[in-house]
Design a protein around this ligand. Structure first.
Ligand SMILES: Cc1cc2nc3c(=O)[nH]c(=O)nc-3n(C[C@H](O)[C@H](O)[C@H](O)COP(=O)(O)OP(=O)(O)OC[C@H]3O[C@@H](n4cnc5c(N)ncnc54)[C@H](O)[C@@H]3O)c2cc1C
Length: 421
């Protein structure tokens, strides 16, 4: 009989095992992949964006009830994680908006996670599938786990199987389906932090693929969703880049995106300013947007395609601004300040960085991640309906939820040990 079996030896599962009080319990990690923690390996382009300085801020997380994450993030925020990480000789550097990357790369993070788990006495079996799990509460909580390695029994069961994005590296929705099979509520998983597909005449023939520019993107049909001031990248099939990955987590089928191209300059009220002061503008639009005003600069290919789509409605781009009718300036202002695009869908699980949705948090205790209906059963990491922004927040959730479960389980086991005398 094991004290704890963990299904999934990824970020959350390994961190959980390494956070148990060393030598106090028999812990086994089971993973169906051959390679350890593949998502950690490929994260952050191999450099692993392990957390974010703002990682304890609740508004960086979403789900049906993001406030559920408060206790875990307060109990174990980025500083707590970093102090353990640094104590073991690893270091980080900040890249952009608080994103902290591991200086030693993602392989070093995996070695560290695995080393911690081993130091705490955890055993691990890889390339092993779980076929069925049977809770049995006749003599205190116990789980019978049917695996490739035979039938195993455990007092407590931790589900850390992550989400189904990137199925090619062993990702699955097993944890979500298992929760549902027990009658627990599930928020249907959907791809998040994912490129969006787009079919517009002005983007046809992929003329813009590879072009990147700064935008502010928002969802006019969902004012509760945040807007993001980040880079957008045109791809062969649509839109990507940080701005689009971020908004994709909030986007629902059928909704439009509102884009403000060159957000810094346009926040000053582009069209009205130009209408008022156009007499003094001796520059052509072509020169103005081509770099004469650095805050308004836009890639030429983008201007050609986007403005080209309005065709004869605008004066020639080489015409100086003072010659433009007010109506045309306002039309241009509308286009640059409130462009509307309707994605046709997402690039799906193959390209998504995370799954939004998962085990409904109303089923779990926010202090321990334990199921309210099944004592002894815990869900941690991405399998839970808490999803972070791009930038280290999803790992921070994995660490914080794993830490909470480890503290709770250590306390329960301590109780058993005391009872045993
Ligand atoms: C390309 C990419 C880049 C990313 N970069 C970052 C980043 O830089 N920063 C960040 O914060 N987040 C990043 N993420 C997200 C982050 O990797 C995940 O949110 C995080 O790994 C979730 O941890 P987890 O332990 O819940 O799941 P995982 O780390 O995915 O671990 C789940 C484990 O469960 C195993 N498993 C699944 N099903 C079963 C089953 N049926 N039986 C047995 N084992 C099973 C899997 O093999 C896996 O080892 C990235 C994701 C992707 C895809």
């Amino acid at each position: 009989m094991h004290d704890v079996i963990v299904v999934g030896a990824g970020a959350a599962g390994l961190f959980f095992a390494g956070s148990l009080v060393p030598g106090r319990c028999r812990v086994l990690l089971i993973d169906h992949s051959r390679k350890l923690a593949e998502k950690v390996r490929i994260s952050g382009g191999g450099r692993c964006n392990i957390t974010n300085l703002e990682g304890a801020k609740l508004d960086r997380y979403h789900g049906q009830e993001p406030r559920f994450a408060r206790q875990a993030l307060n109990a174990f925020g980025p500083e707590a994680f970093l102090s353990q990480f640094r104590r073991d000789g690893l270091s980080v550097h900040e890249k952009h908006r608080g994103q902290l990357f591991c200086d030693q790369g993602s392989e070093a993070v995996i070695r560290w996670l695995d080393g911690r788990a081993q130091a705490a006495g955890a055993k691990r079996i890889m390339a092993t599938s779980v076929h069925a799990v049977q809770p049995d509460f006749d003599d205190g909580p116990c789980f019978r786990i049917d695996t490739d390695a035979g039938v195993l029994r455990s007092r407590m069961l931790v589900i850390a199987t992550g989400g189904p994005s990137i199925p090619a590296i062993g990702a699955s929705d097993w944890g979500q389906r298992f929760a549902q099979s027990l009658g627990l509520k599930l928020v249907k998983p959907r791809p998040a932090l994912v490129p969006l597909n787009l079919q517009t005449a002005w983007m046809a023939n992929a003329a813009l693929a590879g072009v990147s520019l700064r935008v502010r993107v928002s969802l006019p049909e969902d004012r509760s969703a945040p807007s993001f001031d980040e880079d957008l990248l045109f791809t062969h099939r649509g839109l990507s880049g940080p701005a689009i990955l971020q908004i994709s987590s909030y986007w629902a089928e059928g909704q439009t995106l509102e884009l403000r191209w060159a957000p810094k300059a346009l926040s000053r009220g582009f069209a009205e300013h130009w209408v008022k002061h156009k007499a003094a503008q001796r520059l052509s639009l072509e020169r103005m947007l081509g770099g004469a005003d650095p805050e308004l600069a836009m890639p030429k290919r983008f201007l050609q395609q986007r403005l080209g789509s309005l065709g004869a409605q605008l004066p020639d781009l080489s015409t100086t601004i003072d010659q433009w009718p007010d109506r045309a300036i306002r039309q241009l202002g509308d286009l640059f300040e409130r462009d509307r695009l309707q994605p046709t869908g997402t690039e799906g699980w193959k390209k998504a960085e995370v799954a939004a949705g998962g085990v409904d948090v109303s089923e779990l205790d926010p202090r321990s991640m334990q199921s309210l209906k099944y004592p002894g059963l815990f869900f941690i990491g991405e399998v839970v309906d808490i999803t972070g922004w791009l930038g280290g927040y999803n790992f921070q959730w994995a660490w914080a939820s794993a830490w909470s479960a480890a503290r709770a389980i250590s306390a329960i086991l301590e109780g058993y040990l005391n009872e045993r005398g």
